[in-house]
Design a protein around this ligand. Structure first.
Ligand code: DX5
Ligand code: ZN
Length: 222
């Protein structure tokens, strides 16, 4: 199943409820990018915004924490209404502990890796996670270009997931648009984050439908 998780980082924050209403019937998750100005050189939003978004959508909230020592904040983000909380392997000394605490809070736990982080850091956490998020840009901003080297990482992680026999969702984040979604899909990703690729288009719903269509096997590339 192909799932689309539009990133509200590229939405109009002054009209967030209206923007989310436009994806409500088409998207599978709402992706929320949390940046702290330390782990990444940019600052975005925190738990109060997650709480506000929670009130205007029935879609699961896919909260991507690009913050140092995420263990300090997972409880706040869980209380704010996150359904999936993803932390970066590079951001914590105790990855297993933070993943376990997310699950104890009753939320799905994800682990993400940056473009230069090798996939083998995921081996010993695979048995504990619900999501793996492969960054296909260096985190920090929306609107960057997809890094082609991410494709071989997606294939390698897909193999690791198959070997684990666990129902881990494989998500890819950064530079995904209608015209390039098929490549990470063919490499084995199942959940696609897209910020500017959705919110930078005229008709968000039509874009999400087209993204899913582009992954269908019988579809001729345009
Ligand atoms: C990057 C964020 C992404 C970003 C994606 O730091 O984690 O989720 O919003 O934006 P696009 O799809 O525009 O690359
Ligand atoms: Zn993200």
């Amino acid at each position: 199943m192909i799932k689309i998780s539009p990133s509200i980082l590229s939405a109009d924050f002054a009209r967030l409820a209206d923007e989310i209403r436009l994806i409500e019937d088409f998207a599978d998750y709402v992706h929320v990018d949390v940046m702290d100005g330390h782990f990444v050189p940019n600052i975005t939003i925190g738990p109060p915004v997650v709480e506000a978004v929670r009130r205007v959508t029935r879609l699961p909230l896919d909260v991507h924490l690009m913050i140092e020592e995420p263990e300090r904040f997972v409880e706040s983000f869980a209380r704010a209404g996150s359904d999936i909380i993803t932390v970066h392997a590079e951001a914590t000394r105790h990855l297993n502990r933070v993943v376990e605490s997310i699950k104890e809070l009753g939320r799905k736990a994800g682990v993400s890796i940056n473009p230069a982080t090798p996939v083998n850091v995921l081996e010993d956490i695979m048995g504990d996670v619900d999501f793996i998020l492969i960054m296909s840009v260096n985190p920090g901003w929306g609107g960057q270009s997809f890094i082609p080297g991410s494709l071989k990482k997606i294939s390698a992680v897909r193999r690791m997931i198959e070997e684990s026999g666990r129902p881990v969702e494989l998500e890819v984040d950064g530079g995904i648009k209608v015209n390039n979604i098929k490549e990470p899909f063919d490499a084995g990703a199942g959940v696609f984050v897209s910020g500017s690729g959705v919110f930078g288009t005229k008709d968000y719903g039509a874009t999400i439908i087209e993204m899913k269509n582009r992954c269908l096997p019988d579809r001729e590339p345009r």
